[in-house]
Design a protein around this ligand. Structure first.
Ligand code: MD3
Ligand code: FE
Length: 209
């Protein structure tokens, strides 16, 4: 057994929910998030259309996800610091590799982890993640802190969406037909989590290059 106390369910073809898979690693995950953010701080960014995103972001790994008026892309240097992004913590990489194996993806080695920080009122509209080179590699999402309503749609913006609440410790592997599906999250409600206070964090492990 790779994860104790974890229920495995398929949300949609290719989208595997590992409920509570973070388990007792949660404190270590949060400590690593704070360490990454002490080097590459959380920042607000704008979309290429000039709209500010309500979620604050940072990254670790070989590259980080960058959004500005020029577009979306991965870069090896953090534009906020002028230095390389902090390296991916070993516990992150090992966890992502195990979670991927759980969903049937062998030898998954992410080269980046995007860290989203939600505060009261933050949300993320429906979108696809298509800034990576190889869509045959899954994206793995880890939720920490306050719960949020996650919407998972199809390959077009229209059509029925599956709705699921993601809570502290949940992990989702998005591969195969789910890899290019539209998805988004509802507005973060006021709350107080023992480990994250009024925040929610979401980590997404990716093979970008
Ligand atoms: C389905 N993050 O960072 S996690 C994102 O909760 C993002 O912060 C949301 O969407 C969050 O791009 C949702 C679930 C998720 C992440 C990546 C996916 C679902 C996905 C990529 C492809 C398909
Ligand atoms: Fe996304």
């Amino acid at each position: 057994m790779l994860f104790a106390n974890s229920e495995v369910t398929e949300l949609a073809p290719g989208a595997v929910l590992l409920r509570g898979a973070v388990g007792a690693d949660d404190g270590r995950f949060l400590a690593e998030i704070h360490r990454v953010a002490s080097i590459s701080p959380f920042r607000s960014v704008v979309t290429p259309g000039g709209k500010p995103m309500s979620v604050e972001i940072t990254s670790c790994g070989d590259v980080g996800w960058v959004a500005d008026r020029r577009g979306y892309r991965y870069e090896a240097i953090d534009p906020a610091t002028g230095s390389p992004w902090p390296p991916m913590p070993d516990v992150f990489q090992e966890f992502a590799t195990r979670a991927a194996a759980m969903a049937g993806y062998e030898k998954y080695v992410p080269d980046t982890c995007l860290i989203n920080r939600y505060s009261v009122g933050s949300k993320m509209g429906m979108h696809q993640d298509r800034d990576e080179q190889d869509f045959s590699r899954p994206i793995i999402s880890v939720s920490l802190g306050l719960p949020i309503n996650f919407k998972f749609g199809g390959l077009s913006r229209a059509g029925e969406a599956v709705k699921v609440q993601l809570v502290h410790g949940d992990v989702v592997v998005f591969g195969g037909p789910a890899r290019l599906a539209f998805h988004g999250v509802g507005t973060l409600r006021k709350g107080k989590h023992p480990l994250t206070d009024a925040m929610r964090y979401n980590l997404t492990f990716r093979v970008a290059l």
